[in-house]
Design a protein around this ligand. Structure first.
Ligand code: AP5
Length: 218
C-alpha cells in the first residue's frame, strides 16, 4: 500500500531532513515545492524568474503558480506509488486546491505530520544550515557539519548557505508561517489526519512515529 503524507512545520523544522529518512526506507517520492522552485530559479525558467523575488524576500510564491506546478507534479507516474509533500500545502487556499486534485486521482492522504519547534530554535538551526548545491544534501555547522569544509560528503559538490537563510529573512519566513501556514494545523486536525511530532528528536523521528501508528506504506 502506498504511503501518502504531508509534512508541515515552520522553516527549519526539519521537513527535508525527515523526508530524506523516510524515502531511504520506503519506495515513495519526496516532493518539495521549495526544491522544485529552486531548480526553476537555477534553470532560469519563467516560473523561476517570478519565484526568485518572493523566495529571497521570504514571501510565499503566488498560489496559482504553486497549484499549477503541483497539479503537474502529482500527475506524473512516480507519484502514483506514494509521496511525501514537503512545503505544500502552505496555506488554506492550497489545501483546498489539493483535496480535489487527490479526489480526481482517487488518492487519499494517510497522515499530516506537524513538526513542532520554537522560533528561536528555528533561527539558530537556519543560521547554521548549509546545503550541497549539487545533490541537495542538508548539513548544519552546529549539529552535522560536512567533514571537509564546503565539500559535500555524498557527491563532492560545493556546500553553500541558502539565500533565504539570513536572520532578517528567517524572521520574515517565520511571520509568514504563523499567519499563513499555522491555520492548516486546525484544518487537518478537523479531518483527523494531524499528528504532532517534536522537531528536536533525531532525523528519523517522523519515520519512527509513522511506523508506530501503523502508517508504513507496506
Ligand atoms: P522551502 O524550501 O519549503 O523552505 P521552508 O519551509 O522554509 O523549509 P526549509 O527548507 O527552510 O526547512 P526544513 O523544514 O526542510 O528544514 P531542514 O530539514 O532543511 O521554501 C522556500 C521558499 O519557497 C518559501 O519561503 C517560499 O518563498 C517558496 N515556497 C515553497 N513552497 C511554497 C508553497 N507551497 N507556496 C508558496 N511558496 C512556496 O533542516 C533545517 C536545519 O536543521 C538543517 O541544517 C538540518 O541539518 C537541521 N536539523 C534538521 N532536523 C534536525 C534535528 N532533528 N536535530 C537537529 N538539527 C536538525
Amino acid at each position: 500500500m502506498a504511503m501518502r503524507i504531508i509534512l508541515i512545520g515552520p522553516p527549519g523544522a526539519g521537513k527535508g531532513t525527515q523526508a530524506a529518512s523516510i524515502i531511504e526506507k520506503h519506495p515513495i517520492i519526496h516532493i518539495s515545492t521549495g526544491d522544485i522552485l529552486r531548480e526553476n530559479v537555477r534553470a532560469g525558467t519563467e516560473l523561476g524568474q517570478t519565484a526568485k523575488r518572493f523566495m529571497n524576500a521570504g514571501q510565499l510564491v503566488p498560489d496559482h503558480l504553486i497549484i499549477a506546478m503541483m497539479r503537474d507534479r502529482l500527475a506524473e507516474d512516480d507519484a502514483q506509488n506514494g509521496f511525501i509533500l514537503d512545503g505544500f500545502p502552505r496555506n488554506v487556499q492550497q489545501a483546498d486546491a489539493l483535496a480535489p486534485l487527490l479526489d480526481d486521482m482517487s488518492l487519499r492522504l494517510d497522515a499530516v505530520v506537524l513538526l513542532e519547534i520554537s522560533d528561536e530554535a528555528v533561527v539558530r538551526r537556519l543560521e547554521g544550515r548549509r546545503v550541497c548545491s549539487s545533490c541537495g544534501m542538508i548539513y548544519n555547522v552546529y549539529s552535522h557539519p560536512p567533514k571537509a569544509d564546503d565539500t559535500c560528503e555524498a557527491c563532492g559538490g560545493q556546500v553553500v548557505r541558502r539565500a533565504d537563510d539570513q536572520e532578517s529573512v528567517i524572521r520574515g519566513r517565520l511571520d509568514v508561517y504563523h499567519k499563513e501556514t499555522a491555520p492548516l494545523v486546525e484544518y487537518y486536525e478537523r479531518s483527523g489526519l494531524l499528528h504532532r511530532v517534536p522537531a528536536d528528536g533525531g532525523p528519523d523521528s517522523a519515520l519512527k512515529y509513522l511506523e508506530s501508528i501503523g502508517v508504513s506504506g507496506k
